[in-house]
Design a protein around this ligand. Structure first.
Ligand SMILES: C[S@@+](CC[C@H](N)C(=O)[O-])C[C@H]1O[C@@H](n2cnc3c(N)ncnc32)[C@H](O)[C@@H]1O
Length: 261
């Protein structure tokens, strides 16, 4: 793992305890809606595109850069409502992150949810670098990454090599949720002020790690534009199946499949 990723890992290790609270606070609770939107769209689209497959086939879903497991929480609660393809099927979910403290929190949260459900969902917890993971070639049917992409050292390399490698070549979907770089647009002046000043202020009051929240804003400023990210997907051999900005249009959803044509 390179030094850039090592620094990011220790930063996430240090903020894990207040991670959920700060997410909800800084986004005014919108982060819950963003994940719900991404999960609902992707499960419906997956069911539409890949309707085949017998009930004996296990569906494998990876949540990469899973953090405290909120994407998986949405997947578990919506999977039976969103398309016949998931009904009666065994679902194996892989909760993967390189921060052990984050995954420990995810495990505590998700095991409680699983206990309350009679579902065929199994969750495996994996500690690994997303850019060089331990997943087998062509092993995943769905791969989710929410707010993880901008932390990777080279997004284009990740898409063209690692993401493509682990995705099932016949029937898989990559689903990415990420902030968009609003610093490119004058129209978003309100959010630029919010990011530049209010996030720092809230971090000062509610978190001990102000640097982590400075990194949050800097990583958004450094991020490629949506158009550049869309181009990275197509250059990496993916077809964009669904793309959209989610209210209040500061977060984008990318749903991509491997371009086999
Ligand atoms: C902003 S959080 C997002 C967490 C979660 N997906 C969510 O929606 O809240 C980013 C997560 O990505 C993880 N992460 C960043 N770079 C990573 C890498 N190269 N490999 C694995 N995990 C990574 C961090 O440890 C952190 O838990």
């Amino acid at each position: 793992m390179d030094n850039f990723s090592k620094n990011i890992r220790s930063m996430f290790d240090s903020i894990c305890g207040r991670y959920d609270f700060m997410n909800h606070l800084l986004s005014c609770g919108l982060d819950i809606y963003w994940r719900k939107n991404m999960v609902k769209h992707s499960l419906l689209n997956y069911a539409k595109v890949f309707s085949g497959g017998g009930p004996q086939e296990i569906i494998k879903i990876a949540d990469i850069a899973s953090g405290t497991g909120d994407v998986i929480k949405e997947v578990i609660t919506s999977i039976d409502k969103t398309g016949a393809i998931f009904k009666g099927r065994q679902i194996d979910i892989f909760c993967a992150d390189f921060s052990l403290p984050m995954v420990k929190i995810a495990k505590r949260k998700l095991e409680k949810i699983l206990l309350r459900r009679k579902s065929r969902v199994r969750i495996n917890y994996v500690i690994c670098d997303a850019q060089n993971s331990c997943f087998k070639d062509s092993s995943m049917d769905m791969v989710f990454i929410a707010f993880g992409l901008r932390n990777f050292s080279a997004i284009d390399k990740f898409l063209s090599e690692e993401l493509k490698r682990i995705m099932n070549k016949r029937r898989s979907m990559a689903v990415i949720l990420e902030f968009n770089n609003i610093f490119n647009y004058r129209l978003f002046a309100f959010f630029q002020i919010y990011y530049n000043y209010f996030i720092a202020l809230l971090a000062k009051i509610f978190s001990k790690n102000i640097a982590a929240y400075k990194y949050l804003v800097d990583s958004i400023k450094r991020l490629a534009s949506d158009e550049e990210i869309l181009k990275m997907f197509t250059d990496s051999g993916f077809k964009i199946f669904n793309y959209g900005k989610i209210f209040p249009f500061i977060v984008s959803r990318y749903i991509a499949i491997i371009n086999n044509s």
